[in-house]
Design a binder for this molecule. Structure first.
Ligand code: ATP
Length: 488
């Protein structure tokens, strides 16, 4: 059954199909059916009833997500996937609608419930670290011990109410845990959104991200580490300190990680590329700033921009925030190597950075500069940008790697020797960007040499011409000469 085949019996159909497939050993690891119910009947059950339907549908392979912000709960669910210690193959999503929870606009519902053995566990998926969910018997006095914070779990006891705000409201709580007396999926399948997997190999991060996206887990579009040449050591370090801690948070739970990483080195050698690829490799949200953007004309607005940037980094975690030209705001004071900042903007930046360092949120700030020598020592101190990675000019071996990356899928004649070109590029101190540009220029040289521009203009260009295009040694030499001339 495909997406859109929504019907009252869809759950049963799913089940019989699964059984059939399993019997026949047809393994379709990442196949996902998502069934979103928009409401057959005018009178949809209220939130409390829908919650009960969700609870009734839980077995030892499913999770119920209650959320007023599906995007944020998906992110947090993936982040805390390993806290759900059952192999999740089904996800029910109960979407809390506007106005259904008191004060909903301020206090979003974001939690998951799953059943392990006889216990129903609640896991907070709040994207606001300081906001706890109160899980207690509503008759009890308010007690801060009854709160669970983002990523924390608690076993639900019959009659407990779940309040996504700080305290219970006087009105009857809407989300009350009544231990289900039956296992029954039809109502949940009818009134909640459902994603299912047919099979799984390794759980949970992967299965949950598949359930969230409702499609196969494919590598994201965009740069990957394999698109970067000559920087293997740096890539290894970034894997060690960022990618693996994001992917396996439990392993690094009690380890103090550097949230601030400084990439420094000459222009156009891959710093920005590293930031983007890092985000894709870690499956983290990416945002990019130029530190010059923080300099504002009006008093106080620079600090506000900086606070907002850090707030977004935390809210979007796991996240990579790339700040280019950090030297433009954090320059050393004249001559003094121990200069203290008296600039409120820089103080704000350092304050936010120190606060971030103290949290466990996987929000990494990558700052880049061509002028490390200009940076104030207070910025690069441990606890702020404690990890410094030099992104150097590529050597001959690096240039060869970069060339091979950029030449992929381009037609090249047999007389072209990559070794010879790499030697030439190294002697003219090419950076990564020069290599990319040389290849583009060489391709244009080939088109010109083969008279392709005329054919295109006279509309006589054919498929046979396309087959003839190939870059020669001479095309490369001319392209490189042009770049060398520009460098002088
Ligand atoms: P700047 O300091 O000027 O901001 P940068 O170090 O951030 O520069 P990038 O923007 O990452 O440099 O690189 C510019 C372009 O050059 C890239 O988009 C890519 O095409 C190419 N490039 C640079 N370095 C490499 C590399 N190591 N591997 C592959 N391509 C590279």
């Amino acid at each position: 059954m495909k997406v859109g085949a929504v019907g009252i019996n869809c759950g049963y159909y799913n089940k019989s199909r699964n059984i059939k497939q399993n019997r026949n050993h047809i393994i379709n690891t990442n196949r996902v059916d998502r069934v979103s119910f928009k409401g057959f009947f005018n009178s949809e059950p209220d939130l409390s009833t829908r919650f009960q339907y969700g609870l009734e549908a839980l077995d030892d392979k499913s999770v119920l997500v209650v959320t007023s912000n599906e995007k944020s709960s998906n992110t947090m669910l993936e982040f805390y996937a390993d806290k759900i210690d059952i192999p999740v193959m089904k996800k029910y999503t109960l979407l809390v609608k506007n106005g259904e929870l008191k004060n909903r606009d301020d206090l979003e519902a974001n939690f998951a419930v799953f059943k392990k053995g006889d216990d129903y566990n609640i896991l907070s998926l709040s994207d606001i670290q300081i906001m706890g969910i109160l899980v207690a018997n509503p008759k009890e006095e308010y007690n801060s011990k009854n709160k669970i914070f983002s990523g924390e779990k608690k076993v639900l006891k019959d009659g407990m109410a779940i309040d996504t705000g700080e305290v219970f409201y006087s009105e009857k709580p809407k989300l009350v845990f009544n231990t289900p007396v039956r296992y029954y999926t039809a109502n949940a399948e009818k009134y909640l959104a459902l994603s299912t997997l047919d099979e799984f190999k390794d759980f949970n991060k992967r299965t949950i991200s598949t359930l969230n996206s409702s499609k196969s887990v494919e590598p994201k579009n965009g740069f990957r580490f394999s698109d970067i040449g000559g920087l293997d050591n740096i890539i290894e370090t970034l894997k060690k300190y960022v990618v693996r801690p994001i992917n396996y948070p439990q392993v690094f739970e009690n380890i103090r990680l550097n949230k601030g990483i400084l990439l420094w080195g000459p222009p156009r050698c891959g710093k920005t590329l590293l930031g983007k690829a890092l985000a894709n490799e870690a499956d983290a949200k990416y945002s990019e700033y130029n530190a010059n953007e923080f300099k504002a004309a009006t008093v106080g607005s620079s600090e506000a921009t900086i606070r907002k940037m850090f707030k977004n980094a935390v809210a979007n975690a796991p996240s990579i925030t790339f700040i280019d030209e950090i030297d433009s705001i954090a320059k050393k004071r004249d001559g003094s190597s121990n200069a203290r900042f008296d600039d409120p903007m820089v103080n704000q930046f350092l304050g936010c950075m120190s606060d971030l360092e103290k949290t466990k949120v996987p929000a990494f700030i990558i700052a880049a500069t061509n002028r490390k020598d200009l940076l104030d020592p207070a910025l690069v101190a441990s606890g702020r940008f404690g990890l410094h990675l030099e992104v150097p000019m590529p050597d001959e071996k690096g240039l060869k790697q970069i060339f091979n990356i950029h030449i992929k899928n381009k037609p090249v004649m047999e007389d072209v020797s990559v070794d010879e070109l790499a030697k030439m590029m190294a002697s003219h101190k090419f950076n990564g960007s020069d290599v990319a540009e040389a290849i583009t220029n060489a391709y244009f040289n080939a088109l010109e040499r083969l008279g392709m521009f005329e054919k295109m203009d006279s509309k006589t260009f054919t498929y046979a011409d396309l087959q003839k295009i190939a870059i020669s040694k001479e095309d490369f030499h001319l392209a490189m000469q042009k770049i060398v001339r520009q460098k002088i």
